[in-house]
Design a protein around this ligand. Structure first.
Ligand code: HEC
Length: 203
């Protein structure tokens, strides 16, 4: 059995393999959705309300650990939160519009989970570093089982993609896309990953 830290260490080493890998990016996958629902109020081409311009070249300002788009973490991204509110809520987006179709919201969540990359063909240094730290696995690319692979974060903040197959005592069994499995002690995981393990195991 390998320790959790060595799993993350391995991912870090593998990051060189990322160059040229397919990434889910904003310009291809998300921009068209934004143009459909948000453009009237959040683009330099029209109007920039709430100081939020969704044009790709200005989007970088919105992406970061403490910003409305938190790479790897759709659940804590205010950007997505607002779209999932009840339409009658004062903070709901698109304002005066109706909820985005579920699959569009899911696409946005997946984009954020995979690192919130703006343009996969023109990765910035920050984005390359981020992808390397995340292990570069972009869920859902061409993997049929992708929806079962979730992000797992350790206490140092490193993230891997893995499928949980069960719990053994105070440890969780994770299988990575290469088929390797690891028994990971809960106390080495971030609190959100511990919650995720408990939720999945129904505890
Ligand atoms: C009819 C105009 C309108 C549309 C369409 C619209 N918004 Fe907004 N949005 C606003 C206004 C006005 C604000 C500023 C007031 C506020 O924060 O509630 C705002 C603020 C925001 C903020 C907060 C920005 C911040 O820095 O806190 C987010 C996030 C946002 N909008 C996302 C969206 C998204 C995503 C869409 C499309 C799905 C969208 N909006 C569509 C008018 C709009």
């Amino acid at each position: 059995m390998k320790s959790f830290n060595s799993v993350f260490g391995l991912f870090f080493l593998l990051s060189g393999a990322l160059d040229g890998a397919e990434v889910v990016d904003y310009v291809d996958k998300i921009l068209p959705i934004m143009k459909d629902h948000c453009w009237d109020c959040h683009s330099k081409e029209t109007e920039v309300k709430g100081n939020l311009s969704l044009d790709p070249e200005t989007l970088f300002d919105q992406i970061g650990t403490y910003n409305i788009i938190r790479p790897g973490n759709p659940g804590e991204s205010g950007f997505v939160e607002r779209m999932k509110l009840d339409e009658s809520h004062a903070d709901f987006m698109p304002r005066k519009g109706s909820s985005l179709p579920k699959r569009e919201i899911e696409a946005i969540e997946e984009w954020i989970r995979a690192g919130a990359i703006v343009d996969g063909k023109k990765l910035t240094d920050d984005e390359k570093k981020r992808l390397a730290e995340m292990g570069g696995a972009s869920p859902g690319s061409d993997d049929k089982q992708a929806d079962q692979f979730l992000s797992w974060k350790n206490r140092e903040g490193k993230v891997i993609e893995a499928r949980m197959t069960g719990m053994e005592g105070e440890a969780v069994n994770l299988v990575m896309k290469n088929g390797k499995s690891y028994l990971v002690p809960l106390n080495s995981l971030s609190s959100e990953s511990v919650e995720q393990a408990k939720r999945l195991s129904g505890k």
